[in-house]
Design a binder for this molecule. Structure first.
Ligand code: PLP
Length: 430
């Protein structure tokens, strides 16, 4: 697909027609296995001398169309889909870091990713060094000889502070350390590879699927990182892999293109750990991707309008949206998000936790759910739900103050969205 335009790629990249039936829509290849031509063909596929379908845990034609489409949208070289965003985040790191290694991560993370890094990875022997993204140099200070990757989110909630992608990617490249960006909250709006990131991960569950039907995840390889520039820095890709007769991935993948990282993720960790996406979910997410450009435009416009409306309310003490950023944060918004500032918005209510809960209970149209990125508008009060296990000072430091309400603004008519928020705010004032 020659186009560079996301509107076109979202409909055409990675697929023209079904080779077997000429079907235009990507069929759901709901099969576990694929028939080999003969014994030599099977041996070539298993030995990676030929690429082709073997078994749906490792690859599937429906998922392949989704992978190619998102790789094209992102400006990457290849991608692998997973059963969830969590699986994608976990494997993105495990593909590089082993027991005894560490990664440096931004503190501003989705709670599930924080738990994965702080607890589950720690139990596996992988240490995460959390640093404040307001100071990009902190990534360098936390780096040592066992640091394998940097990790951050483009537009993390609840704070909605845009991450300094180019600044941290450049520090990483000086040490041959790749920056992995979770771009879940900003597909099409930000392309982390354009700013030097090496790997992008997504929860497809959010904007890419867009309709709240399917859980899925994706890792995209930018193909822009020199994995064998410093073999001691990246041993996972530069030491023989006994599960492939001693293949050294940084070398073995070269004839196939700059895909060492993503090839290894597919043929070792997806093979061994098994978090494969269902072809049915890939199909549903593909339907969402086709209208992603239209939806992101509507999400951005509606959310900006909501932020402006909230700014005029006396009972809202603070509006958290990229448009309200000041100083250095505002510079980052201008640099990274000129195409739109996303579909998330937070507000702090003067009435604190009581008003936050009352607001949620008074909503008539917005859904009270723990998701973001749905075509429908959603709301949650983190202090009484997602962040309820934290101490009050921890809630404050993560940005989830007692009166904070997170809004994920959908694509309904803006008048209806604002009318529902307005009546719930009035009810919350008592
Ligand atoms: N990354 C971000 C930014 C998220 O918001 C989420 C889920 O909320 C995830 C990753 C995890 O994705 P999933 O729920 O698809 O496992």
């Amino acid at each position: 697909m020659a186009s560079k335009h996301p509107e076109t790629l979202a409909l055409h990249a990675g697929w023209r027609r079904d080779p077997a039936t000429t079907a235009v829509a990507v069929p759901i290849y709901q099969t576990t296995s694929f028939l080999f031509d003969d014994a030599d063909h099977a041996a070539d596929l298993f030995g990676l001398r030929k690429l082709g379908n073997i078994y749906t845990r490792i690859m599937n034609p429906t998922s392949d169309a989704l992978e190619q489409r998102i790789a094209a949208l992102e400006g990457g070289v290849a991608a692998v889909a997973f059963a969830s965003g969590q699986a994608a985040s976990a494997i993105a790191v495990q593909n590089l870091a082993r027991a005894g290694d560490n990664i440096v991560s931004s503190t501003d993370l989705y709670g599930g990713t924080y738990n994965l890094f702080a607890h589950t990875f720690r139990d596996m022997g992988i240490e995460t060094r959390f640093v404040d993204p307001a100071d990009p140099e902190a990534f360098e200070r936390a780096t040592d000889s066992r640091t394998r990757a940097y990790y951050a989110e483009t537009l993390p909630n609840p704070k909605l502070r845009v991450f300094p992608i180019a600044e941290v990617a450049a520090i990483g490249r000086r040490h041959n350390i790749p920056l992995i960006m979770d771009n879940t909250a900003a597909p099409l709006l930000v392309r982390p590879f354009d700013h030097g990131a090496a790997i992008v991960v997504y929860s497809l569950t959010k904007y890419l699927g867009g309709h709240g039907t399917s859980i899925g995840g994706m890792i995209v390889d930018g193909g822009n990182f020199d994995w064998d520039a410093d073999p001691e820095r990246q041993p996972a890709l530069n030491t023989p892999d006994p599960s492939y007769h001693g293949a050294i991935w940084a070398q073995a993948a070269k004839p196939m293109g700059p895909i060492a990282y993503i090839l290894k993720a597919r043929v070792t960790l997806l093979r061994d750990l098994g978090p494969a996406i269902s072809p049915f979910n890939s199909f549903l997410i593909l339907q969402g991707v086709e209208t992603l450009a239209l939806r992101m435009r509507a999400h951005c416009e509606n959310t900006l309008a909501v932020a402006k409306f909230l700014g005029g309310r006396a009972d809202v003490t603070k509006v958290i949206h990229p448009s309200t950023a000041t100083g250095r944060d505002a510079e980052l918004v201008a640099k990274y998000m000129p195409r739109g500032q996303g579909g998330l918005c937070g507000m702090e209510l003067a009435g604190g936790a009581v008003a936050g809960k009352k607001f949620i209970d008074s909503l008539k149209m917005l859904y009270h759910v723990a998701n973001i990125g749905d075509a429908r508008s959603l709301a949650i009060h983190p202090a009484s739900t997602t962040h309820s296990q934290l101490l009050e000072e921890e809630q404050l430091s993560t940005g989830a103050s007692p009166g904070y309400v997170r809004l994920s603004i959908g694509i309904e008519h803006i008048d209806d969205i604002i009318a529902d928020i307005e009546q719930a705010l009035d009810a919350a004032k008592g």
